[in-house]
Ligand binder design. Sequence first.
Ligand code: FAD
Length: 445
Amino acid sequence: MPNATNTPAALTDWRSLLGNAQVLDGAQAQQAYGADTTGVRRTLAGALRPTDAEQISEIVRIAARHRQPLYPISTGNNWGYGGALPARDDCVILDLSGLKRILHFDAELGVVTVQPGVTQAMLADFLDQGGHPFLVPVTGAGPHCSLLGNALERGYGITPETDHFGAVSDLEAILADGTRYRSALREAGGEDIARLFRWGIGPYSAGLFTQSNFGIVTQVSIQLARRPDGVCALLFSLKDDSLLETAVERVRTILQRLPGVVGGINLMNQHRVLAMTAPFPADRLDAHGLIPPEVLREMGRDYHVFPWTGFGTLYGSKGLIAAARREIRQALKGIASRLLFLSPSNAKTLAGLASLLPGAFGQRLGKTAATLGRSLELVAGRPNETALPLCYWRHPRGMGEGPLNPARDGCGLRWYAPWCPCARPPSAPMSRWSGALRPSMALSH
Ligand SMILES: Cc1cc2nc3c(=O)[nH]c(=O)nc-3n(C[C@H](O)[C@H](O)[C@H](O)COP(=O)(O)OP(=O)(O)OC[C@H]3O[C@@H](n4cnc5c(N)ncnc54)[C@H](O)[C@@H]3O)c2cc1C
């Protein structure tokens, strides 16, 4: 075996295996995958686009033979955390977005087995077409992101299965020598049980494949939450920054006391909410290019956005939601202003009514209400692009036509996801997005 990386020889072997069109050289890979919202640059040695999961073992063997590092992506939309870019230079990207099959669905228990290229939108269509009453584990990253990629990064959502890797019951992966990893139950022929019982038998090893790149995961089984009888959003504001600490404690109490009914609660600062609602005040910045506090306050007043906004979800029967609402009112007493509970249909009515109000006030209120309406569709398990406009807030050309893609469009964004101790859902000690705080940092273009 040669000691040095031999990228040209590896590319030649991959072309024989996959065909020319599925293998990109360094320059082509740079063009297709090099852009990233964090401003980080990487030198790419190439990219591979297999269309059949059976090709992956041989792809990995070729990589090992020529000592060429591979970096797998599912849809490569890890915006704010590095996009499609590998953690080091000179890797060949293994783009698995062409593997788009939904391999199995248990319509009774709601467990779906998907390949890496299956997106939130594809699963939503599949569930709609079959009339299956289950929720897509949506995220703010939008309809065109992979379910598998997000779960492997220990992504987070606010539908009932908030911890997306926590909902993974089984997976299959290709290891560095090209051999296949399967859970012990699968190896023993118990595929049906393996999909339902994550712990299987013997040591639990599937977690090794999260945030690690120890193997190339070719399929995961995900437990979906059953669509509840009722979905209701919880919305409240904090008038002052000084209320934040108490609010975090109260949110923690709510999560501890109402597990299973409250999906998740996000606390978002004024910048975060205005970035999804109002135009960027490009002509009113200070000498450092920042929004002066008085301008922020004025925008907050105009768009009815307070220093902090709490947004959460309640799932359950009518009776359960009514009881939870009473508990939440009590828990947030004295700190929350404008505490509202809204169903998706209420939000649509609100947006419709606001747009009938005359003048700029009506228009601004209409915009805030429309954002709220789309957020409610999201928490009802229907993926959409509500959160993505925040990446374009400082973008001089704004959003173009078609699906949004902040990396392709040259937006600047880095996520800063602090951990803070919160209630512990049964299966989720700590995920990437855990904790109640989710401030974002929109960088200038
Ligand atoms: C406005 C906005 C809102 C967002 N909201 C959320 C949110 O609510 N929740 C959230 O979790 N994230 C959120 N994100 C962050 C991010 O965009 C999503 O997590 C997105 O789903 C990740 O991209 P992806 O699914 O294409 O995964 P990929 O980019 O394909 O992969 C992510 C990581 O997993 C590894 N990986 C992927 N596939 C494999 C595989 N088959 N085998 C081994 N390793 C693999 C990759 O190497 C990479 O490190 C948001 C981003 C933005 C811009």
